[in-house]
Design a protein around this ligand. Sequence first.
Ligand code: SER
Length: 577
Amino acid sequence: MTSQELRKKYLEFFREKGHMIVPSSSLVPSDPSVLLTSAGMQQFKSYYLNEKSPYGENVTSVQKCFRTSDLDSIGDESHLSFFEMLGNFSFGGYFKEEAIKYAHEFITKEMGLKIDYVSVFKDDSADGISEDRDSEKIWKSIDPSLKIVKAGKTDNFWGPTGSEGPCGPTTEIYVNNVEIWNLVFNEYYKDANGKYSLLKTPGVDTGMGLERLAMVSQGKNNVFDTDLFQPFNFFTFLGRDGRIIADHLRGSMFLIADGIKPSNKGAGYILRRLIRRIVVICKINSIPLESLISRVERAINYYNFYKELPINKDKIIKEIKEEVNEFNKIIEKGLNEFFKKYPEMRVEAITPGKAYKFHAVKIIHDAFYFHQTFGLTIDIIKDLAKKSGHIVDEDVFNREFQKHQQLSRTASVGMFKSGLADHSEQVIKYHTAAHLMLAALRKVLGKHVSQKGSNITGERLRFDFSHPEKMTSEQIKLVEDAVNEKIQEDLPVKMEEMSLEEAKKQGAMGVFESKYGERVKVYTIKDNSSQASSESPFSREICGGPHVERTGLLGKFKIIKEESSSAGVRRIKAVLS
Ligand code: SER
């Protein structure tokens, strides 16, 4: 089924179940507390409260959404900036029973797909919100053999969007190990002080990513291979870089159609970041900039479900062209200066699939200078850094950015968090914490765990690793305990240089593929038992560093979130305090 057929099928299914079809609202929301529309419920927010819905109690829509929270993950199997969300909503009409039955019927009967498992909310905090036993019962009554996992507030509780609003427990549906549908039961109102109260009439808000539904139903293993990215296949065959171009170009097209222009503020700045990042990726991969426009034209035709695209075709092309050309004029100088300062980061035209050379990790503190002087946005510097295994100190960047841009408070919420702690020291600590955590994960979950990516700021560690299923809260606790135990033991972190072959022989873990024969740094943390015997050390990794000298410097380690990142890959966010 093509994406066009999927949209129709979904809307028709719910129309037959008594829902009114409501068109997508603009990506520019009327709610000033959010910068861009990021969920289907946004245009209906007030109908969960006192306002009467002009469309009746039950509605369905395909909503254009944009999320900046996943910009770093784009290029993997399932994350996107712009996406379409299929949703059905009820404002006091039906509740959990019907919502779950409809979803089950749609996925298994209409789509003929198999649900791997579902998750339901279990209470894990002391804020007066109770466990969602009803959803579990309903799922069991529909399919007694269905696997049900339980998760707490970070995973199975939605909202509110903005500073206050309706919110509630969720139940999520997984197909082919991908989370595809989120059913939210708005039972509560969270006020600006963070207090919850029961809503007078509970409501339903569901959201299913069209791209992910297309991916599982079209038998693809990533969203970029679905028909939705067909107009951009010239780029996507290039791998991660090309996927970023496809995602960003598609997003830019929709943002411009809804009236956004590239600028240095708010949504305009998000658009600018997308287009500038595209320009640099094109340069690095020797992709002619002209190829962008012909693909946008194709996409405008392909996405004729959205009438605003053909109507604004000239404007879309003009804005993209202008921003590309303006930036193209200054980019050469910016990149030259940047590579003069960081010569090891010079990336030549890249053969898809070719491994990058391994370099010692450096922390880039002056990203803001390059931003201010040459217009290199943070995304561009992070892309360059990533290719050579470097780290950008985003806290410094964000702090300076905020100072200079004086973005309004509301516009900057969630986009540019300012860091407080001493950044570079913190970044180094998180580096070492990542090694301890990988070792702990392998101990608790098994040797199939390997690192799939990481992103460190002075405030937290984000870490992706291979593992087929959600971690239980017991496993999370065991990992935390194991890391904290090694911190308490105050173990030395030892660095040795050796050949790659030797490092491999010693069982060192490594993320970067290095050249044969190259010398690499290996960081080893031996715990008390491995120090005394010839047992293998607690952790041994190929890594450029830097690291703390002793684990005792790290403080207390805590996992604050565990979620799916893409098929077979989990993501942990953790903090040190
Ligand atoms: N609001 C929920 C989400 O965006 C369900 O639609 O995931």
